[in-house]
Ligand binder design. Structure first.
Ligand SMILES: [Zn+2]
Length: 270
C-alpha cells in the first residue's frame, strides 16, 4: 500500500516537473522567435483632421410659407450646397457618416424614415446633437402618389411624432420616397404641415451601388452653387464614397449648409 503511494507520488512528481519544463521551453522559444517587423496587412485607421474643413457658418435657417412649395435646389449665386442623406438612420452606416461629417465640420440634412427613427432613436438624437437637420421622409417609404389623403397624413404625422419623441425637434421639410408626389399632395402637405417638398439637383444613383469612384465623380462633376445633393446613408458603399466626395467638394470651394439654410437664403434673394 505504502509502496503503491510512493510510486504514485513519483509519478506526480515526474508529471509536474515534465509540464514545468515544457512551459519553460515554450517561454524561452517564443522569446527568441517573436519578430516585431511591420505588419503589412494592417492599416491603422486615420483619425487625423482632413486637410480641408467646412468653415463655421451661422446663416439663419428660418423661412416662411412664401418660400414656395417645391424645390430641387437653392436659389443662390454663392457656392453654398446642401448634402442630403435619405432612408436612415442605419445602425452602422449613419454613425460612420456622422464621424466623417464631424471631422470636416460639415452640417448635412437627413431625410429619415419614421420606422427607422423608432428603431434607432439614439442615432437620430446624435444627428440633431451634432448640428444636422432632420427632414420627414415618411414612415414606411411607400409611394405616396397611390395613397389616400388620410394615408399620406398618417405617413407624415407618425414620422413627425417619432422625430419629435426622439429629438425634441420638429422636421421642417419633407422629401417624398422615389421623388413621387402629386402637386395636389404637395400643396396639402405645405398647408397642413408647413413642409416644402424637397427634391434634388444632383443624383449619383448611389442606390444602384455603382462603386465608390463613380458615386464621387458623379457628385463632383454635377454639383453647382445651390445644389441639393441626393445620397443614401442606408448603403455602406455610399458612405465609403463620402470622404473623397466631401474632400473634393471642399477642394472646389463649396460651403456646406442645411436645406433650411439654403431655403432661407433663397427666400431673401427673391
Ligand atoms: Zn428614400
Amino acid at each position: 500500500m505504502i509502496g503503491g503511494l510512493r510510486i504514485l507520488g513519483a509519478l506526480v512528481l515526474v508529471l509536474t516537473s515534465c509540464s514545468c519544463s515544457i512551459l519553460k521551453k515554450d517561454k524561452s522559444a517564443s522569446g527568441s522567435q517573436v519578430r516585431t517587423g511591420p505588419n503589412t496587412d494592417y492599416k491603422s485607421p486615420s483619425y487625423a483632421r482632413p486637410a480641408l474643413t467646412n468653415p463655421n457658418i451661422t446663416l439663419p435657417s428660418n423661412f416662411s410659407k412664401k418660400v414656395g412649395i417645391s424645390h430641387s435646389r437653392g436659389n443662390t449665386t454663392q457656392p453654398y450646397i446642401a448634402m442630403t442623406f435619405d432612408d436612415g438612420p442605419h445602425p452602422a452606416n449613419t454613425p460612420r457618416l456622422l464621424d466623417m461629417l464631424r471631422q470636416r465640420n460639415i452640417k448635412a440634412t437627413f431625410y429619415v424614415i419614421g420606422q427607422n427613427v423608432k428603431m434607432y432613436p439614439e442615432i437620430t438624437r446624435r444627428i440633431v446633437a451634432e448640428g444636422h437637420e432632420i427632414g420627414n421622409h415618411t414612415y414606411t417609404h411607400r409611394k405616396l402618389t397611390i395613397l389616400s389623403d388620410s394615408e399620406v397624413r398618417g405617413e407624415m404625422s407618425k414620422t413627425r411624432d417619432a422625430i419629435v419623441a426622439a429629438t425634441g425637434v420638429q422636421p421642417r421639410t419633407m422629401r417624398p420616397p422615389y421623388g413621387a408626389l402629386l402637386q395636389r399632395q404637395r400643396e396639402m402637405i405645405m398647408n397642413e404641415y408647413g413642409y416644402p417638398t424637397i427634391m434634388w439637383s444632383v443624383d449619383p444613383q448611389d442606390w444602384q451601388r455603382p462603386g465608390v469612384s463613380v458615386v464621387r465623380d458623379r457628385i463632383l462633376s454635377n454639383t453647382r452653387n445651390g445644389a441639393f445633393v441626393l445620397a443614401h446613408d442606408l448603403h455602406a458603399p455610399t458612405v465609403d464614397a463620402m470622404p473623397s466626395t466631401l474632400d473634393g467638394l471642399l477642394g472646389k470651394g463649396f460651403k456646406f449648409v442645411t436645406v433650411s439654410q439654403l431655403l432661407a437664403m433663397s427666400e431673401k434673394s427673391q
